[in-house]
Design a protein around this ligand. Structure first.
Ligand code: GLY
Length: 505
């Protein structure tokens, strides 16, 4: 957390055990209820080395955007289960002068994709096809996203931002307990989905403190450092991706890679009481769903009932049932489907939509179109939040979808390919890996972006930066962010307390 001019900037990284925060200038302070404090700037990410890279970049005079680009590349090296260059993500930002924006660098379906590509002749889903192997991969967006973010808002040279990641990959990192365990847990899947001995596996299980050197990834990062987007979407890296596609019956072509463009989008803005919420629009479902939940909550006296009161929990559950049912039906890539964004956020619509919530009656989820699945706050995907000395704030959630994505590591290039195609509705009503169902709005179409739950969010209070939020967790991302905001706004918690308490989904 950052204390500046007596305005409290809250940054946090929900539920990530490796979550680190670092101050820009002064020594770090830690408070049991407030968490980490800093006096001028902060980086929060899932890995201490990535956080350190962000801090170093800001100490060199970089701003929050420079730091964000550097952290994204660093996470691809030190946190390969979700940090990536073979995946996608979203950035929501707020400049020091209050201007807000967002960048969509979500993956896209390849041009050869089709609605039935994961179904057999009987139109049944072929188990695993959208999750494992090259066919599960959408056209990656991270590198173009980082180049665009830097071109528009960066201060330092692009090469300087990639350099620390090259050093981490080339010189090696000591594995944390979490990274060692994760590689070991996924060992079998990583072997099964690759045609060669991938460099992040060795004969014996990994131990905490083992050194991981990633020479091929370093070379890929050098190409990106020297050639920008062409270092990934053309030339050697693109050729290596294509070879991987051929080996695994994938359908991404050179043209798909060359055509990929991240898109600047108007961020979603709305209010919850005196808080202004700035979040990600479609193709993320996060912003709309979060605002629906918050606006729907205004109808109920949560503050009076209190945290974890049975009425509070009951109403939160009922609100989420309705919001996720809307998500399943109406949300998808706005470039392909007319998402009724204004209607879904209309106060009257929400008032009526939530009006049948009864304090004594539990609605059956099946009555409002939702699968009965066990939901956990999964550790796939990762988030980082940065505020710089100038007051710029950047909130980025980035993902390969599953841990290590499709489990395919591009031979000779050292990075994992995403399995984001599973975020499409591969068959109407068929739940994806997070238990989310969908329909026409999120059906597969060539070059369409798959619906996401990632919810990078920034909150203002009294026109000042107040919170920078985001998290991993698949379908629970939205309800995690929702409850964190309520915990602070309605239940009087500090951000650290808001993160520490249990949540419901
Ligand atoms: N891949 C998880 C999400 O985008 O929601």
């Amino acid at each position: 957390m950052t204390l500046k001019n007596s305005i409290i900037f809250f940054l946090f990284c929900l539920l990530l055990p490796g979550c680190q925060s670092s101050p820009g200038d002064g020594p770090p302070h830690k408070s049991p209820t407030l968490g980490q404090l800093a006096d001028s700037a902060m980086v929060v990410s899932a890995h201490p080395l990535a956080t350190e890279v962000g801090v170093i970049i800001m100490r060199k005079g970089g701003n929050a955007f420079d730091a964000a680009v550097a952290v994204q590349f660093a996470l691809a090296v030190v946190y390969p289960r979700a940090g990536n260059i073979g995946g996608g993500g979203f950035a929501v930002f707020r400049l020091a002068d209050g201007l807000a924006g967002s960048l969509d660098f979500r993956e896209k379906a390849p041009a050869a994709a089709s609605e039935n590509m994961y179904l057999d002749q009987n139109e049944e889903v072929v188990t695993g096809l959208s999750l494992f192997g090259a066919l599960a991969t959408g056209v990656p967006g991270v590198v173009d996203g980082m180049v665009k973010l830097h071109d528009r808002y960066g201060k330092l040279g692009f090469a300087e931002l990639v350099e620390p990641s090259i050093a981490l990959a080339r010189n090696g990192i000591r594995l944390t307990t979490g990274e060692a365990r994760k590689f070991n847990d996924y060992r079998q899947q990583l072997i099964e989905n690759n045609t060669y001995d991938i460099p992040v596996l060795k004969a014996q299980p990994w131990q905490e403190g083992d050194s991981l050197i990633q020479k091929e990834l370093a070379q890929t990062l050098v190409r990106i450092r020297d050639q920008g987007r062409d270092g990934f979407y053309r030339g050697t890296t693109a050729d290596l991706i294509l070879i991987e596609m051929e080996k695994g019956n994938g359908i991404i072509t050179h043209q798909d890679l060359e055509n990929y463009e991240a898109i600047w989008r108007e961020p979603l803005m709305g209010y919850y009481k005196d808080l202004k919420i700035i979040s990600m629009p479609p193709p993320s479902s996060g912003g709309i769903a979060l605002l629906q939940l918050l606006k729907g909550s205004e109808k109920f006296p949560f503050q009076e009932w209190g945290f974890r009161h049975s009425n509070t929990l009951h109403v939160m559950t009922e609100l989420a049932r309705r919001v996720y049912a809307d998500r399943a039906t109406y949300l998808g890539d706005p470039d392909f489907y007319p998402v009724p964004q204004q209607d879904l956020l209309d106060s009257l619509y929400l008032w009526e939509r939530m009006s049948d919530i009864d304090l004594n009656t539990k609605t059956a989820s099946s009555d409002i179109k939702e699968g009965q699945v066990e939901i956990i706050e999964s550790i796939e995907t990762t988030h980082f939040s940065i505020v710089d000395f100038y007051g710029n704030a950047v909130s980025i959630t980035t993902t390969l979808n599953g841990n290590y994505g499709s489990k395919v590591m591009v031979e000779g290039a050292g990075f994992f390919l995403n399995n984001e195609m599973d975020d499409f509705s591969i068959k109407p009503g068929h739940p994806n890996q997070f238990g989310l169902v969908g329909s026409e709005a999120n059906a597969i179409k060539p070059q369409k972006r798959m619906l996401s739950s990632m919810t990078p969010t920034i909150v203002e209070k009294n026109r000042q930066l107040f919170m920078v939020l985001g998290t991993n967790g698949g379908s629970t991302i939205i309800t995690q962010i929702y409850q964190a905001i309520l915990n602070v706004a309605d239940f009087g918690m500090t951000m650290q307390e808001a993160v520490n308490v249990p949540r419901i989904h």
